[in-house]
Design a protein around this ligand. Structure first.
Ligand SMILES: [Zn+2]
Length: 329
């Protein structure tokens, strides 16, 4: 599957590879689900593939290097992600000092068959501070032929010292038309359906692809948003309790449910400012919510959600944190 958007970034990386000017470490940052991971993986498979044509930079997809990368079993590549990790994470699913030591050991050994040894860290939220410090030492004296790609939702999640060692690439939303055309071609969807999917996915190709592959997931997302809208409209103590339970028992994780709540509130703020919401298919409901809350309240709630998510990532008691967010604010 081709990368949707981000052609400039891919070209930049390709030029670096062709001119032998790749950095030892990259920070890819930008909103969730817009293709940072996909670019990282495509870049590495292009870099590793021995079958690419001269002056071209597209992997063949079929050779053993390409296949090993797709299965994430390439001996010169390790991946540390939320749903898959090449090395065992801490019991809390974090990257700690021990994992940082293994990364270092891996990068200091010579490549087995590829031109580089590569590590992708899918989510820098998972780096503990001691591990970030250990990585900093590694980046200060990076082994030859080694590349680390750090992927993050936000520029500021990573300590400034570590950031300063990375080539920084900012990812922004691809053009809507680009994603709609992609969805139509790849999944044989009609224009209307592709637009509906993109609207619910808030313009994020990664999420739009998930919905296009699984309409049931899309219906669940829509149902959760509708529940949020009706509970936020009621806004009494009874509905607040129901909101807490909805988040705690969401089919997705509470973290993801909070993502959905925050996106809804951001859209309400946009409507309040007379701007166009990301999800236009619920414009009427957003307008009615905008009349019920002040902008200050909405902004405050979005900020509190963000803080609660950081607490949840640090393994505090979920129920307490969410009750505190919804009921005690
Ligand atoms: Zn190949």
């Amino acid at each position: 599957m081709e990368v949707v958007g981000h052609q400039k970034i891919l070209k930049f990386l390709q030029r670096g590879a062709i001119n032998n000017q790749l950095a030892h470490s990259y920070l890819f940052y930008g909103p969730k689900h817009i293709g940072k991971n996909k670019v990282a993986e495509d870049f590495i498979s292009n870099l590793f593939c021995p079958n690419k044509k001269k002056n071209s930079f597209f992997s063949c997809g079929t050779c053993s290097s390409c296949q090993q990368l797709i299965k994430k079993i390439h001996p010169d590549f390790i991946y540390l992600g939320n749903s898959f990790s090449s090395i065992e994470l801490t019991p809390q699913g974090k990257i700690g000092v021990e994992q940082a030591r293994q990364i270092k050991e891996f990068l200091y050994s010579s490549p087995f068959s590829a031109p580089y040894k590569v590590v992708i860290i899918e989510d820098t939220d998972n780096l503990t501070l001691p591990a970030a410090n250990a990585l900093l030492k590694l980046l200060e004296e990076p082994p030859l032929k080694s590349i680390i790609i750090l992927i993050s939702r936000s520029f500021t999640y990573l300590p400034a010292t570590l950031r300063s060692r990375c080539q920084i690439l900012r990812f922004s939303f691809p053009l809507k038309e680009e994603i709609i055309n992609f969805l139509k071609q790849e999944y044989s969807l009609k224009e209307e359906k592709a637009k509906e999917i993109l609207s619910l996915a808030l313009g994020r190709p990664g999420l739009a692809i998930q919905f296009a592959q699984d309409f049931k997931k899309m219906e669940q997302e829509r149902a959760l948003l509708n529940d949020f809208i009706s509970l936020l409209s009621e806004n009494d103590s009874e509905s607040k309790f129901r909101l807490v339970n909805l988040i705690l028992n969401a089919k997705k994780s509470p973290q993801q449910a909070l993502d959905n709540l925050a996106r809804l509130l951001r859209d309400v703020i946009l409507v309040k400012l007379n701007l166009c919401p990301a999800d236009q298919s619920i414009a009427t409901q957003l307008k009615s919510l905008a009349q019920k809350y002040t902008q200050k309240d909405l902004q405050n709630l979005v900020n509190q959600i963000f803080k609660t998510q950081l607490l949840l990532a640090a393994n505090v008691n979920q129920k307490l944190a969410i009750e505190n967010l919804i009921i005690n604010q």
